[in-house]
Design a binder for this molecule. Structure first.
Ligand code: SOE
Length: 386
């Protein structure tokens, strides 16, 4: 396949995700053979003053405060949408209609109707790629868990337990966009549980059949407006989300996502229990996977902790980085994902399946069903949420 000599990126966003994604664009060509030159072509954010400093710090060639200019820039091949959730839909649709590949941060959209339309437009432009940054799929330990589960090493999946705890959301945090439904769609639910739902789908290959109960709690119902000392605004999204689901296979899955529990920084944990064993992953121990093999001999049976930084053992991505025992971090998941996106756009198989708009739409359906289950106080079949 003839591969063009460069891939020119246009990116919306210059905060946390802007930094994580810029880092990926700069480092992926250094550690992976991408067969293309990666060009940081154009970056967009509202605040022009800080944007210029960001662009120059990270080596972006151009910058603009007008996202409509960026998504139609003839010098851009891939549009990366790292803007707040309410600004995913319009740029993604405009970029696809302008003939650009797109990668969008999670959750896909602010609500299900937007997500549904984004998938429809992506299908209309099926020659274009439409990815989503569910980056935790590319923790090497998660990639190994995927291999073990798909190889039947824990047998039939019976139960999934997802917990995603962060503690930055205390009462002193101002009313920024993540605390307003019109900008975020939901709180910890869409911000954190979206990752857990994607990991459940990815690792088990299963889908949620119904949401059997949900609690969305807004502990701090008012927060000070940013840069204000006496003006308060109402919070209309969840601080804490808890929900129970039944999967199509008959297995069950529980999810807990919150930005309040003191003592947890980025505690993204998933446990999957089968009839022949279990796996356990905790992002705060990112390069380790715990595995329990029920078939192992009883006198030595117990949880084993696999160090997945052992490149020699063939663990995905580990061999692209450092020798065994030299741990990887959060930022490597974005580098790994971008490297796989380029492989995929070069017509080569990604190391592990890439999350697409379709995957993110399935996640958005679950988010919507959880909000309905919480509001109606009943079980919500996913067949009713499309
Ligand atoms: C929230 O604090 C957050 O930044 C999420 O938005 C990201 O998706 C997650 O990877 C880290 O935490």
């Amino acid at each position: 396949m003839v591969i063009s000599q460069s891939m020119r990126i246009g990116m919306l966003g210059s905060k946390f995700m802007g930094r994580a994604h810029s880092n990926a664009y700069i480092n992926a060509p250094k550690f992976f053979d991408l067969k293309r030159k990666i060009v940081l072509q154009n970056v967009c954010a509202r605040n022009e003053a800080s944007l210029k400093a960001f662009a120059q710090n990270w080596g972006w060639l151009n910058w603009t405060s007008d996202w409509r200019k960026l998504v139609t820039d003839a010098e851009v091949d891939l549009v990366d949408i790292g803007s707040p959730n309410h600004l995913h839909f319009e740029p993604a649709v405009a970029a696809l209609e302008a003939g650009k590949h797109v990668v969008c941060e999670k959750p896909l959209a602010n609500d299900l109707s937007e997500a549904r339309e984004m998938v429809k437009i992506a299908k209309k432009h099926r020659k274009l790629k439409s990815y989503v940054w569910f980056n935790y799929r590319r923790c090497p330990a998660i990639s190994l868990a995927h291999e073990l589960i798909q190889a039947g090493r824990i047998g039939r999946v019976l139960q999934v337990r997802c917990v995603y705890l962060q503690d930055w959301g205390g009462p002193d945090v101002p009313l920024f966009w993540r605390y307003q439904k019109k900008y975020a769609g939901s709180g910890a639910l869409g911000d954190l549980a979206a990752h857990s739902i994607d990991l459940m789908r990815y690792l088990t290959g299963d889908e949620v059949k119904s949401v059997n109960g949900a609690v969305l709690s807004t502990v701090y119902k008012k927060r000070l407006l940013p840069e204000q000392t006496k003006k308060w605004g109402r919070v209309d999204v969840d601080d804490i989300s808890l929900f129970l689901t039944t999967l199509k296979s008959g297995a069950v899955a529980s999810f807990e996502a919150t930005r309040l529990p003191q003592g947890y920084k980025n505690h993204n944990k998933i446990e999957i229990h089968g009839d022949k064993g279990s796996i356990r992953f905790d992002l705060e121990r990112m390069t380790e996977l715990d595995y329990f093999d029920s078939d192992s001999s009883t006198n030595t049976q117990g949880w084993s902790t696999i160090n997945v930084s052992e490149g020699g053992a063939g663990h995905p991505y580990a061999s692209d980085w450092w020798p065994a025992g030299h741990n990887l971090g959060y930022e490597h998941t974005f580098v790994n994902q971008f490297a796989d996106m380029v492989r995929d756009m070069n017509g080569l198989p990604p190391r592990t399946p890439l999350p697409t708009f379709h995957d993110a739409y399935e996640v958005q359906r679950v988010l919507e069903a959880v909000m309905l289950a919480n509001r109606e106080g009943c079980t919500i079949p996913l067949s009713q949420v499309k």
